[in-house]
Design a protein around this ligand. Structure first.
Ligand code: FAD
Length: 412
């Protein structure tokens, strides 16, 4: 156990930064705590492509906690941007230079700066009516273009592109999805589940064009998406949903180790003793010394924020958990845990629709991943089965009569 830092500054008010603050106080941390984010109070991102974009969840309810919570938890929220991090040599406190001109020194710093939407290197990306989606402001700007007369062209049919397609259809807009993949999201959710989810686009009137955009031209609400194969698509708005890139600029200029994310250990420690990182901006180095994949899911950001809080206090981080995420489109709720991409075989349970579940077994017969439609209970049980590392009988998994919760408890 090392002495807790007298002051901690958290950069970034997403779920990673917020979870770290909550966990620090939960552990009884009594020092000074500040959180810096240009938006001020931390808010949640998953609703930006769902209820918030649909207009059924207001800005206040996006917040991860009301303002009073920060007062109760003695956390100073600073609505500002950190322009520079002076890391120092490790003996003195790092200093944050804020855009307002203010300087903030803290004994320990958590970088929870998240990610930014990837821009495509194509002409026309800065035209009015061409959007990306990462912040509440982005969602509001896009929403203003979505009505029954709109035709939204979405470049990228991954999870966020597909979610926005569903929401925009719900608002009455015509939607065309453009993606080079024959079956988008197959590596994330498995081929069978991806096939089911993909067919929902046609069921709900979303047009799918297999191809790649080459440029966007036009003006006002008359935009033209030029495709690499020479085809064209007309739209009133374009959303670029081409994935995200970690926000690592502060870490890089501070001289930290960065490789597709700020490199951290299980307790969020970076290559600098006083600086920690968590969430979408970070990438964990495994016990073998090799950086793992950068997770871009809410639960991973929450968990790594909590792990970094423990790391800053010198206590053991919470136990590792199997990766888990959810996604919603056209009223269909998907949950995925573990990996659906390991070599092995897939076992299906139920028919495509509510309750449809795909289990991914590794070549050793051990459960590696699960993806389920409207099947939160099954996914929770399957997460335990994945953690147990047991070899499972595919027949039992396939049988809708098998109680997965009992199976996870080791009962037949
Ligand atoms: C539209 C959308 C829908 C999603 N839906 C789902 C879903 O259904 N399920 C799921 O599991 N995940 C979903 N995700 C992913 C999930 O929201 C992210 O994994 C999560 O937000 C990551 O949290 P974070 O705290 O690491 O980063 P972020 O949420 O990106 O927060 C980082 C914060 O840091 C701030 N920041 C950056 N640089 C600075 C700086 N220099 N100074 C001060 N502040 C700074 C940013 O402004 C931002 O507020 C979705 C993401 C998006 C964008």
């Amino acid at each position: 156990m090392v002495a807790a830092p007298a002051s901690i500054a958290v950069v970034g008010g997403g779920i990673a930064g917020f979870s770290a603050v909550r966990e620090l106080r939960r552990h009884g941390y009594a020092g000074e705590l500040s959180l810096v984010d240009p938006a001020g109070l931390p808010y949640d991102r998953p609703p930006l492509s769902k209820a918030f974009l649909a207009g059924t969840l207001d800005r206040l309810r996006l917040q991860l906690a009301p303002g009073q919570w920060y007062a109760d938890n003695r956390t100073t929220v600073i609505a500002d941007t950190v322009d520079k991090l002076d890391a120092g040599n490790g003996t003195e406190a790092p200093v944050l230079a804020l855009a307002s001109g203010r300087e903030l020194a803290a004994d320990a710093v958590l970088l929870a700066t998240g990610a930014r939407a990837r821009r495509l290197p194509l002409p026309g990306m800065d035209l009015p009516g061409v959007f990306t989606l990462r912040s509440a402001g982005d969602a509001q700007a896009l929403q203003a273009y979505l009505d029954a007369d709109a035709h939204l062209v979405i470049l990228g049919a991954g999870l966020i592109g597909a979610e926005v397609a569903g929401t925009a259809r719900g608002l009455g807009a015509a939607v065309t999805l453009v993606d080079p993949a024959e079956l988008p999201a197959a590596s994330a959710v498995g081929v069978d589940m991806a096939g089911y989810l993909h067919h929902l686009h046609a069921v709900h009137g979303t047009k799918y064009v297999r191809g790649a955009a080459a440029a966007v031209t036009g003006a006002g609400k008359s935009l033209l998406v030029e495709l690499a194969d020479g085809g064209t698509l007309r739209g009133t708005a374009v959303l670029v949903a081409a994935g995200s890139e970690p926000e690592t600029a502060l870490a890089e200029t501070a001289g930290l180790s960065v490789d597709g994310g700020v490199l951290v250990d299980a307790a969020g420690r970076t290559s600098h003793p006083r600086i920690f990182a968590a969430g979408d901006s970070s990438r964990r180095i495994g016990p073998d010394g090799v950086p793992g994949r950068r997770f871009e899911h809410w639960d991973a950001a929450r968990r790594t924020g909590e792990a970094a809080a423990a790391g800053m206090l010198g206590v053991d981080p919470p136990a590792e958990a199997v990766d888990w995420f959810w996604s919603d489109r056209y009223g269909v709720h998907l949950e995925v845990a573990g990996s659906m991409a390991v070599p092995g075989r897939t076992v299906l349970r139920g028919e495509p629709g509510a309750g449809f579940t795909a289990f991914r077994l590794g070549v050793d017969g051990i459960l590696a991943g699960v993806a389920a439609v409207d099947g939160g209970t099954a996914v929770r049980a399957a997460r335990k089965l994945i953690e147990s590392g047991r070899i499972l009988d595919p027949g039992l998994l396939r049988d809708p009569g098998t109680d997965l919760r009992r199976l996870a408890r080791g009962k037949p």
